[in-house]
Design a protein around this ligand. Structure first.
Ligand SMILES: *Cc1c(COP(=O)(O)O)cnc(C)c1O
Length: 221
């Protein structure tokens, strides 16, 4: 069951910020995706490769984003059809995506995931690593990927100042390379912290539970 009211009010809330909504449908049934699609939602995010592949075969005429931790050996399963990969958390993975995209003669849009949280469990490059990569020589050799921007997840805390600081650090990085690298996407903010993310410059919020309800089974499939 989706919450249509919350969905509509989120769309209203986004307008002044000129941001877009990625509907995160992981662990949710295809019926829920179709219900949201019938309200006009065109872009869905998934975290697990098999689940994404299965759903993409059932739901047509929507765009799929991959937002989870992608293992290099599974890149080839999603590169043929995903419109954006948010969680690119290593250069090794980026190279593998490039290789797979090359074999099908495609340019794969990607976001580099940046580690901004205090927790040790979240994936991503540090700001220093991302800076080295963006200013180094390696990027130019990867002609079948396109870096569209950054993705980040804030610490899961009630300390809103902390969350704000983390989003600010990502926004600063984004602004630093926005024009030189032609970046357009700053993916930050989830159900619990999207308001802060919008205030701090997010261009794309990733919303799951607020629209689809709490996830009942484990996220770690
Ligand atoms: C699950 C997930 C979301 C959505 O989280 P909610 O709290 O349900 O809105 C957003 N981003 C990523 C990377 C996720 O894994």
């Amino acid at each position: 069951m989706i919450n249509a009211e919350v969905y509509q009010s989120l769309l209203e809330e986004l307008k002044p910020f000129n941001a877009t909504l990625l509907a995160v449908s992981k662990t949710k049934p295809v019926e829920d995706i179709l219900a949201l699609k019938s309200l006009g939602q065109k872009v869905f995010g998934e975290n697990y490769v098999q689940e994404l592949v299965a759903k993409s075969q059932e739901v047509e005429e929507v765009d799929w984003h991959f937002i989870g931790h992608l293992q290099s050996n599974k890149a080839k399963m999603i590169v043929p059809f995903v419109s954006l990969i948010h969680g690119v958390d290593s250069i090794k993975l980026l190279k593998e995506i490039n290789k797979q995209a090359e074999t099908i003669n495609r340019i794969q849009p990607c976001l580099i995931q940046i580690f901004i949280a205090r927790e040790e469990t979240k994936f991503g490059l540090s700001i220093d690593e991302a800076t080295d990569f963006l200013t180094g020589n390696e990027l130019a050799g990867l002609s079948n990927i396109r870096i569209d921007g950054f993705m980040g997840m804030a610490t899961n805390t009630t300390d809103t100042k902390q969350i704000r600081r983390e989003f600010q650090s990502l926004r600063s990085l984004f602004e630093l390379y926005q024009s030189t690298h032609n970046l357009s996407v700053l993916s930050m903010g989830m159900s619990s912290d999207y308001k802060i993310a919008l205030e701090e410059g997010s261009t794309m919020i990733r919303i799951g539970s607020a629209i689809f309800g709490e996830r009942v089974y484990s996220e770690k499939i």
